[in-house]
Design a protein around this ligand. Structure first.
Ligand SMILES: C[S@@+](CC[C@H](N)C(=O)[O-])C[C@H]1O[C@@H](n2cnc3c(N)ncnc32)[C@H](O)[C@@H]1O
Length: 216
């Protein structure tokens, strides 16, 4: 069920909790389901990268990718940098993308299960910042969770409430997310419901976007 890169990544993490978390994430959302949309070279950014396992996967799979992970949680950034010690093309920062003026011309920005954790106005600000930081043909990847079917939504809500110790959550439907992104000037170039294994309780979807002015 996990590919050879995931096995390699698991061996990079110290501690039962981090390793178990990364393992479960890779079962629930196999990294190749996102990786196949990431350009094979160039500057790749994973915002809200958590323990950094998806960013490390992207870097291991294509050495010509220069990958950066941004994450608010210091412990996760520490764990991610430790796991990536021997991998030259990936780094992690405890930094807010919106305040990082050094970052520009990104070939790809990934937001993997991030949007439903941030307030709606902050979502808009972050998306606008991503739009500014993308290179002309740069790709924005939004991987998030739908609010249907209902049982999956309820499972996911309870799961996230437990794992975030009762943080406020900001779920929206895939359609609402599409409308928001188009309203902010993105063009959807591809969208799909991610299928993994039967009865996977997470209603994954992925949207691949570009800045609209590059596509008219
Ligand atoms: C649900 S976790 C997803 C982690 C990882 N992307 C994954 O899919 O396993 C969301 C993460 O985003 C971080 N986060 C929330 N807002 C952020 C922001 N504006 N910039 C960077 N990290 C953020 C949180 O600390 C949390 O670790």
């Amino acid at each position: 069920m996990v590919d050879c890169y995931v096995k390699q990544i698991l061996s990079l993490y110290d501690g039962f909790f981090a390793r178990m978390f990364v393992y479960l994430r890779c079962i629930l959302l196999p990294p190749d389901k996102v990786e196949r949309f990431v350009p094979v070279r160039g500057r790749i950014v994973d915002v809200g990268c958590g323990y950094g396992h998806y960013a490390i996967y992207f870097a291991l799979k294509q050495p010509k990718r220069i990958v950066r992970g941004y994450e608010f949680n210091k412990n996760r950034v520490r764990a991610a940098n430790k796991a990536a010690t021997r991998i030259d093309n990936v780094d992690f920062f405890c930094r807010d993308l919106r305040r990082d003026s050094s970052l520009k011309n990104c070939d790809c920005i990934c937001l993997i299960d991030l949007m439903h954790h941030i307030p709606r106005e902050a979502q808009d600000n972050l998306l606008l910042e991503c739009s500014k930081k993308l290179a002309k043909e740069g790709v924005l990847i939004v991987k998030d969770v739908d609010n249907r079917p209902l049982w999956k939504y309820v499972y996911n809500y309870v799961h996230d409430k437990i794992f975030t110790l009762n943080d406020k959550l900001y779920f929206s439907s895939r359609k609402q997310m599409e409308t928001k992104l188009e309203g902010l000037g993105f063009k959807i170039t591809f969208k799909e419901t991610i299928r993994t294994w039967f009865l996977n309780p997470i209603p994954h979807y992925i949207l691949i976007l570009k800045n609209r002015e590059n596509n008219v």
